[in-house]
Design a protein around this ligand. Structure first.
Ligand code: ADP
Length: 364
């Protein structure tokens, strides 16, 4: 792949301050490949929308440069960037029919009447809204309105589409359905998508890669699987998925592993990003990687005693809250077997995990 395809969108050392004093985006670098689906994920106020607005052209970077297809765009007006947009509050025109809403971006681009007709038909087909041509937005359901908004973002066949919490107003079921729909349309059209959300499940479901933001800084940029399986710091481990987090003092190393003292318990973990002996470290173990009452020959090299505090039946699995090591609580997800489903609250158990499933990380 050529450089321009590898860096179809490129943020280079971009910073943004609104008040001339504090930076809400700091030293932001991101290269997005042509056709990629990249999500900016992070808590509210972490700088995601600001980055998207700078890419769209509605905000200007305080320093640094943004490139689209090799061209610096800082001085190019939004409507000349040829970007499709779908925002939660980027409403449809209420007085126009579905067709008129979709034709609008094409008329703006001075396309011929027959071109407009073909493209509108194709876009309606793509979002499965054929038959709704003459409806006004007020007579469509929330999900159908979002489909029209999606069709409008894609109707002029842009090679880049930006979406900012586009599904935030929909209920859970519709939101999940639209996530798959957007994902399929992305796969079919090959359009490059930059997506903003604070919802980690949405990001994990849809993205090729995710940039995790906190306080205007990208904490990790990786595939969904790598973010979940191999978080590189304590913020990412806590933000993506559920984790059992234990904090203690790093007391030694053993090859690729390290030993962290948590309230007098020496726990063996994979040393990921930790400083020197004496530093504080966080150990992260996913709930589904913890083993209840491990057998003699198991690979668990960390075993502690605990007590079942709560057992919740979830149909396909059982969720346990277990107290252990004085003040610590652990969450486990175990298969719905007869033994696990029959556990009683208050019952004593052994809790085990392998050092390969425990990641020792710097505290950030
Ligand atoms: P996110 O999308 O992650 O919620 P934003 O990019 O919207 O974060 O906001 C990052 C920070 O910048 C926040 O502290 C927010 O209050 C501030 N901010 C956003 N837009 C403006 C603006 N137009 N003027 C001043 N401050 C802003």
């Amino acid at each position: 792949m050529s450089d321009s395809q590898d860096k179809y969108v490129s943020f280079q050392n971009v910073q943004k301050s609104y008040d001339g004093d504090s930076l809400v985006v700091k030293g932001f670098n991101l290269d997005i490949k042509k056709g990629e689906f990249v999500t900016m994920l992070g808590p509210s106020g972490s700088g995601k929308t600001t980055c998207l607005m700078m890419l769209a052209g509605f905000e200007t970077p305080t320093s640094g440069e943004i490139y689209i297809d090799g061209q610096p765009v800082n001085r190019i007006a939004p409507h000349k960037r040829n970007i499709g947009m779908m925002f939660q509050n980027y409403a449809l025109f209420p007085h126009m029919t579905v067709v008129e809403n979709l034709a609008y971006p094409l008329q703006f681009r001075k396309m011929s009447k027959s071109d407009i007709e073909t493209k509108v038909k194709r876009a309606l087909d793509m979002v499965e809204l054929t038959g709704f041509e003459t409806r006004r937005p007020g007579f469509l359901s929330g999900g159908q309105q979002q489909r029209v908004a999606l069709a409008r973002a894609l109707v002029f066949e842009p090679s880049l589409v930006l979406m900012d919490e586009p599904l935030g107003a929909l209920d859970k079921h519709l939101r999940e359905q639209m996530q798959y729909e957007i994902k399929h349309i992305h796969a079919r059209t090959g359009v490059t998508v930059v997506y903003v959300t604070h919802d980690q499940t949405e990001a994990l479901t849809m993205s090729d890669r995710i940039a995790v933001f906190n306080h205007g800084i990208v904490q990790q940029l990786d595939t969904p699987q790598a973010l979940y399986e191999r978080p590189s710091n304590s913020f990412v481990a806590n933000f993506i998925g559920e984790t059992n987090a234990l904090t203690g003092e790093l007391v030694g190393f053993d090859g690729a592993n390290c030993i962290v003292d948590v309230d007098g318990h020496k726990l063996i973990s994979t040393a990921v990003t930790i400083a020197e002996k004496g530093a504080q470290a966080m150990i992260s173990v996913r709930p589904e990687r913890m083993v209840l009452n491990p057998e003699e020959n198991s690979t668990c090299n960390n075993i502690i005693q605990g007590k079942v505090e709560e057992r919740i039946y979830h149909g396909d699995h059982v969720r346990l809250r277990i107290s252990a090591m004085q003040k610590n609580e652990f969450i486990l997800k175990v298969p719905n077997s007869e033994t696990n489903a029959g556990l009683k609250e208050g019952e004593g158990v052994r809790l085990g995990w392998s050092s390969s499933d425990a990641r020792a990380l710097d505290l950030v």
